[in-house]
Ligand binder design. Structure first.
Ligand code: NAD
Length: 342
């Protein structure tokens, strides 16, 4: 019998509870051995505990080191920091893995199978910004500081190389802007080239400047395999690759760190369709598949992915964003039925 695995479950805001319910339906059908500890965060955290990231939620993840999370809303005003950024910092979630694979053939490109590995804690994204006043203009000059450390570069690059080799991938592409930002992203490229000495017999590596990379991804995504890059470039490129395979409703993400791993859909809480039962739960289901792989239950992850593919393409059951008419619940029940049929 498979050992039970404690895991934190955060339904989140907006469509979060709907897609989480759908995902639990298919995980139950799979017999996934998670023991869920349900916690709140985001707007729900403020309503229940007066904090978008209540101490009980942090304690739960500290204990389980594993979480499945619906999207969280950060209220504008009120001085709240983003719960997602706080979670990254609290659990040192330094690697953001964003796969993009074709699930519905016949789109702009078929057979896409890309992985963007984004550094999640450093770079220009860290938000160290300020204004310099001149004369009567308090915002005359805007400044931002980016920080990339050698240790941070090593940590994410090692993760990317090891991940790529373990998954049987063929190539790791280092995405940078070292021609212009010679220090900030030069350190990333230079560290990759040094580290590659350790990996050169096991996998191919090349380097590409980020703007050229964006163009090449759109013209011919098949020339790439695993892309690894700094925080801001990763943020942008991972949405670009999501667009290559059908948009945000199909894009899962994993945040992996020294102290925990948190799995989520890339999209937000979709307040415009919340409560209507129309949300597409595929991204969160694919995040659950990544979570199963993380706890070394890869066969269950494969069954889940194949059930999603069959539901979409053979049964032709799809939610409205994919041109179908199925509700979140009906789609989830259809995937669960496919899981049970094997
Ligand atoms: P969004 O991703 O919530 O929505 C963008 C558009 O995509 C909307 O039209 C929405 O209806 C649609 N959409 C998104 N997911 C869908 C799904 N699963 N099925 C069908 N349609 C879907 O982006 P937004 O409106 O910019 O953000 C809303 C809130 O979510 C904001 O408060 C933002 O801060 C938050 N957010 C949270 C996360 C996270 O927790 N990881 C990520 C992004 C945004």
């Amino acid at each position: 019998m498979t050992a039970r695995i404690p895991a934190t479950l955060i339904p989140g805001d907006g469509i979060g509870p709907e897609i989480v319910d759908g995902t639990l339906t298919v995980l139950d059908a799979l017999g996934a051995p998670f023991d869920w500890d349900r916690q709140v965060a985001g707007l729900a955290g403020i309503q229940v505990a007066g904090d978008p990231l209540p101490p009980a939620t942090i304690e739960s993840i500290r204990r389980t080191r594993l979480a499945l999370k619906g999207p969280l809303e950060t209220p504008s005003g009120g001085g709240y920091r983003s719960s997602n950024v706080r979670l990254r910092e609290e659990f040192k979630l330094y690697a953001n893995l964003r796969p993009a694979s074709t699930l519905i053939p016949g789109g702009r490109y078929d057979n896409i199978d890309l992985m963007v590995v984004r550094e999640n804690l450093e770079g220009l994204y860290i938000g160290h910004e300020h204004y310099v006043p001149i004369d009567d203009d308090p915002h005359a000059v805007a400044m931002a500081t980016g920080i990339n450390t050698r240790a941070g570069c090593r940590r994410i690059l090692e993760h990317a190389f090891e991940y790529a080799i373990a998954q049987g991938r063929k190539k790791v592409t280092i995405v940078h802007k070292a021609n212009i930002m010679k220090a900030l992203t030069g350190i990333f490229k230079e560290t990759a080239e040094q580290m590659y000495e350790r990996y050169r017999t096991r996998i191919a590596m090349d380097t590409v400047i980020v703007d050229a990379c964006a163009m090449k991804l759109v013209l011919d995504p098949h020339q790439f395999d695993v892309l690894v890059t700094t925080n801001l470039f990763g943020d942008i490129l991972s949405d670009l690759v999501a667009g290559l395979v059908g948009g945000l409703g199909m894009a899962p993400g994993a945040n992996i760190g020294a102290d925990a791993a948190i799995f989520e859909a890339v999209h937000g809480s979709a307040p415009d369709i919340a409560g209507q039962g129309r949300a597409n739960p595929v991204a969160l289901m694919l995040a659950a598949a990544m979570m199963l792989e993380h706890v070394r239950l890869a066969p269950l992850a494969s069954r889940l992915r194949s059930a999603i593919g069959t539901t979409l393409n053979v049964d032709n059951v799809r939610t409205a964003d994919l041109g179908g008419s199925a509700s979140t619940e009906a789609f989830s029940r259809a995937v669960a039925a496919r899981v049970r049929r094997g």
